[in-house]
Design a binder for this molecule. Sequence first.
Ligand SMILES: Nc1ncnc2c1ncn2[C@@H]1O[C@H](COP(=O)(O)OP(=O)(O)OP(=O)(O)O)[C@@H](O)[C@H]1O
Length: 302
Amino acid sequence: MSPPAIRLSRVEKHYGDVHAVAGLDLEVAEGVCFGLLGPNGAGKSTTMRMLTGQTHPTAGSIEVLGLPVPRESKRARALMGVVPQKDNLDEELTAEQNLEVFAYLYRVPARERAAAVDRALALAQLTDRRATKADKLSGGMRRRLLIARGLVHRPRLVLLDEPTVGLDPQVRQELWSLIDGLRAEGVTVLMSTHYIEEAERLADEVAVMSYGRVIAAGPPADLLSAHAGERAVEYYGPPPRLAEIEQLVHAAGLPTRRTGPSVSVLRAESMPAELADKLGDGVPRAANLEDVFVALTGEVVA
Ligand SMILES: Nc1ncnc2c1ncn2[C@@H]1O[C@H](COP(=O)(O)OP(=O)(O)OP(=O)(O)O)[C@@H](O)[C@H]1O
């Protein structure tokens, strides 16, 4: 078996009293799309920044594509593509020029640069906008360009920090297709997100982070069966009715969680018929990673 693309072992990052990362163990296998899931402040961005060598760990060890980081972060950076959360395109340059600059910085050989830029433009679906300045592109186009820029040198590993944050649902779908395409090509993807649906839709494996640690990791289906079961049923009603439902369900040994104006009964596939009768009509749905997260932490994501 080939060594993992990313390995973090007992990694800590302290900012004064804040332990942004607090004993992180993580392995990402080659060719996998891996989702780092957790609420704001869980330590996802700090982890990403340590992988690129932008910030150094307080303790622990990090390897990226077999190279120790931060010692060899320059070599590691040359092999990976990094797509930052914050859009830092050069406004003055066209889509094509933004890509050319990165092809040069990533040392794509001069005779291959034009083809690399063309390929990245096609990937971003911006071939017909190649001569448009970045400040004239829409939000979705800019984000696609930002991703394509990180891919111009055909990296084996791509880090995507919150790739679709703040974008409308249609643009998000487009980016999901783009990321899916990378996975199909065998590129290893590490993506941080606080959108449950994004992790569910794209990730082969997920690590749930809370307060700087991984509290559960594995393929989404395994996490669901271990922590949330197969199905949930949502019941709506006034607060006293919801409290009553919770009491009845807990007495039967099943977990619940509040979701706004409703109570979700988890592991509903094991609900006794008698209890189902008492609870009346509910809205059945499949269990999701949010159920897992809440079951593990009591916190609500996003
Ligand atoms: N440079 C810094 N100085 C001080 N504290 C920091 C710094 N960077 C991060 N932190 C703190 O570390 C914790 C983890 O932050 P981090 O940005 O890694 O979380 P996150 O999961 O990526 O959340 P977000 O999605 O909001 O970026 C937070 O409490 C944050 O305030």
